[in-house]
Design a protein around this ligand. Structure first.
Ligand code: HEM
Length: 401
């Protein structure tokens, strides 16, 4: 099935073509995750590889074709807060879409969102590490995503792209994420518009040649590299998490998924459903690409620059990345093995976590562990300050060249 072009299939047979191709799918690729495990609790069970974001996609294609995006970006530059009215002057079809897209879903639970915000703060170090370094390293090992990022406009300037992505990370993790004075709704809606624009633009890139990018399945895959991956890592590290906190953390990401344009029939309702979905779709969507190797190298050198006063920085960053995502993904990404730091991080990180959680006293934490701690701290500081320099904007072109 992987070799069947989605675009070709859609062009040749629309929905019927998709059904035909579905019948040909090998069992390994069959979509068996039940919509009963979703927020919607029901659904047609359509394979999310062949579902995108129809309303946003048609709208952005039209806005791009009409040459409206530069003015839209100018108008949206100062649209920042969740409670802020949309600026005057937006095209009527876009305004109408955005008014609906920015609404919180009926199932959003403010009390859970508040608890999630507290959890994001108290567990900030783990979450930032998992979502920033971990999520970044996993994204480059997802061929669909690595290629989309590489050949889209931002691929030519990864520094700026990291900054833009960190705006989003910062918004989700903020204490006021979904309060009126927060920014999460705004960043999600802007990102939804960016993705719809990328779906239109990438198909015009001479380097692309693949399917329509950023399907519902692609978005779910990326989603799992964020909350699902982070929750699994924290459990592996034995970070104490109360059941209410775990449910709240899932909830903030369910709301985020909805605002990003993921359909409710695909958004997992529980951690069990999330883990099952992740296990079904991550393996079949991961692997090595030359683009992913290049992007990984750029990301790790940026990270190493932030930790450069620690002198051991690049080997330490390589080892931290390998520790987070494991050998298979690290090898796909071309991350060098570090004979000194790889074993050190494996043995020291769990001790640091235990110390942070008050489970072991200071004397049991070796001196070298603080170098790792400092590297993580510097990285997170970088992650949090970087986003202040820019804003998320809708692209009007692909990567030049
Ligand atoms: C843009 C987040 C899924 C490819 C962005 C941006 C954010 C973001 C915050 C805006 C920053 C920027 O413009 O650089 C997310 C989240 C996702 C997700 C939270 C899922 C939960 C995906 C997937 C793909 C993808 C699955 C590809 C398969 C892109 C591309 C851009 C982008 C190509 C535009 C970069 C440019 O303008 O050049 N995404 N994304 N994203 N995303 Fe995503």
């Amino acid at each position: 099935m992987a070799e069947l072009s989605r675009r070709r299939m859609l062009v040749s047979g629309g929905a019927l073509g998709a059904l035909g191709a579905l019948a040909m799918a090998s069992p390994a690729y069959a979509w068996t995750w039940s919509p009963q495990g979703s927020i919607a609790g029901a659904g047609a069970g359509a394979d999310p590889r062949w579902v995108w974001d129809e309303e946003a996609d048609a709208l952005l294609a039209s806005l791009l074709d009409r040459g409206a995006i530069p003015e839209v970006n100018r108008l949206l530059w100062d649209w920042n807060r969740n409670d802020q009215p949309l600026p005057d002057g937006l095209p009527a079809d876009l305004r109408d879409f955005m008014e609906r897209a920015r609404r919180m879903p009926s199932w959003a639970d403010q009390a859970k969102l508040e608890l999630a915000a507290q959890f994001n703060k108290s567990r900030g170090i783990y979450l930032n590490l998992c979502n920033g370094v971990g999520g970044g390293m996993l994204a480059t090992a997802i061929p669909n995503e690595a290629r989309a990022v590489y050949y889209s406009k931002g691929g030519a300037d990864m520094e700026d792209r990291v900054a833009k992505t960190s705006i989003f990370g910062f918004a989700v993790g903020a204490l006021n994420a979904y309060r009126p004075d927060g920014t999460c709704v705004v960043e999600c809606v802007k990102t939804r518009l960016v993705h719809a624009a990328v779906r239109h633009l990438l198909q015009q890139s001479p380097h692309w040649g693949g399917d329509i990018p950023i399907s519902q399945e692609d978005m779910l895959v990326t989603w799992h590299t964020l909350p699902t991956f982070a929750m699994r890592k924290m459990l592996e590290w034995q970070v104490p998490i109360r059941p209410a906190e775990s449910a709240a953390y899932l909830h903030v990401w369910q709301v985020t998924a909805h605002l990003l344009g993921i359909k409710e029939e695909y958004i997992p309702a529980t951690w069990d459903a999330a883990n099952a979905q992740s296990d079904q779709i991550l393996p079949r969507n991961m692997g090595p690409t030359t683009e992913g190797v290049e992007l990984t190298d750029i990301l790790l050198s940026q990270l190493a620059e932030q930790t450069s006063p620690l002198s051991v920085s690049r080997p330490l960053c390589n080892a931290l990345a390998r520790y987070l995502v494991g050998d298979q993904v690290a090898d796909w990404n071309g991350i060098r093995r570090e004979p000194i730091w790889d074993p050190l991080i494996r043995s020291l990180w769990p001790k640091l976590v235990k110390f942070r959680e008050g489970l072991v006293p200071l004397p049991l934490v070796p001196e070298t562990a603080w170098i790792i701690d400092e590297a993580v701290r510097r990285y997170i500081l970088f992650f949090l300050t970087k986003g202040k320099e820019t804003k998320i904007e809708i692209p009007t072109a692909n990567r030049p060249g």
